[in-house]
Every structure is written in C-alpha cells, then in structure tokens.
Ligand binder design. Sequence first.
Ligand SMILES: Cc1cc2nc3c(=O)[nH]c(=O)nc-3n(C[C@H](O)[C@H](O)[C@H](O)COP(=O)(O)O)c2cc1C
Length: 141
Amino acid sequence: MKNLYHLAYVSEANPLPTNKDLLAILNTARRFNAAMGITGMLLFKEGVFVQVLEGVKQQVLDLYNRIEADKRHHSLKILFNEDLKTREFSNWSMGFQNLNGLQTPNIEGINDFMNPNFSPPQLVDAPRQAYKILLHFRSMC
Ligand SMILES: Cc1cc2nc3c(=O)[nH]c(=O)nc-3n(C[C@H](O)[C@H](O)[C@H](O)COP(=O)(O)O)c2cc1C
C-alpha cells in the first residue's frame, strides 16, 4: 500500500469514561476504521488514552483531526508520526486494552507506564518507549 503512515498520541479523558463509554468509542472506531483501511491500537489507563493509527497518510491525518476535536478527551500530544513500511497492527481495525488493575511482567518502560504515578508527558519525552508499550500490548489483544 502506498503512503503508509502511522501516528500515535497520548490524551487525557474527560470525564472519566465508563466501560459503556469505552465500548461506544470502540464501536465507532472499528466500524469507521474497517471501512477506511485504518488499523491500530487504543490503550486506556486511569484517564489516559494512548492510541496509534496506521493507514494511508491523508486518511490517518484526517482521522486524527476528527479525534482531536472529540470532546471526550483533551490535551492530545503526538508521540510519533512518520512513514511506515509495514503495518504493525494489521489484524486490528482498533485493538483495545483497558490496563486498569492489570499486572504486567517486569519489562523496562512498561512498568513506568503501569506505575500509578505515571503522567502522560513522560511518554511525550520517550516516543520509543511509547512504541514499545503499544507493541507489547498488541500481543495481549
Ligand atoms: C480516544 C478516542 C479514540 C478514538 N478513535 C477513533 C478511531 O480510531 N476511529 C474513529 O473513526 N473514531 C474514533 N474516535 C471517535 C471520533 O473522535 C469521532 O467521534 C468519530 O469518528 C465520529 O466523528 P464525527 O462526530 O465527526 O462524525 C475516537 C474517540 C476517542 C475519544
């Protein structure tokens, strides 16, 4: 596929979503993404979203603009955005993990994210770590 691209961001949910709210986001995401050939992964933990979107560049950017305008979260910060050779999440129109209360193995970077004191700006300063976290949870979907 030409112009393959990926973009990841971190954001803060407001108000704190219920499981039903999260399912509503996922249902929209999966329906739209499947139709547009967008794949990716959404992580949620204690009010923080981390999402990666991959697909044709213009479609990823258009979708990001729409997601950015969504009032269910705020303070979006891009973690990485660049051309991509091969999709990392080709099996998921939008994979999802709710990490609240989840125990994770002792893997560098991932433990920081699971720490209750974790704050989103930490990920902005460590985009490679963000990528590693997304890939780690891919295997758990
Ligand atoms: C954290 C989060 C992630 C989202 N991810 C997607 C997504 O991957 N695909 C999608 O179509 N909509 C996603 N949405 C929903 C969009 O922001 C938007 O509500 C939806 O695409 C409908 O757009 P419209 O209201 O402009 O019609 C997400 C919303 C939030 C809050």
